[in-house]
Design a protein around this ligand. Structure first.
Ligand code: ZN
Length: 81
């Protein structure tokens, strides 16, 4: 019965190896994709002040006159610009 003993040992080793391999696999897989980085604060936008009413607005939305920025056409006209 020596052969059967070796077979049993081999079987145990194989099972142990199989269990070890199965436990190992999850650690070998790459971690789940990291969440996208937070969008964070928006890039600073240059703010300008209406020469007529003093309202602040993004430079891109302001009306540009000869003497400054305005929030709307009406205020630019009222300033005679
Ligand atoms: Zn204004």
């Amino acid at each position: 019965m020596t052969f059967m003993k070796y077979l049993l040992v081999l079987l145990v080793v194989l099972v142990a190896f199989w269990v070890w391999r199965n436990n190992r696999i999850p650690r070998d897989t790459p971690p789940p994709a990291a969440p996208p980085p937070p969008s964070g604060p928006l890039p600073p936008v240059a703010m300008v002040e209406c020469r007529h009413c003093g309202m602040h607005l993004p430079e891109g939305e302001a009306l540009v006159g000869r003497r400054g920025h305005y929030c709307c056409e009406e205020h630019r006209r009222l300033q005679g610009d």
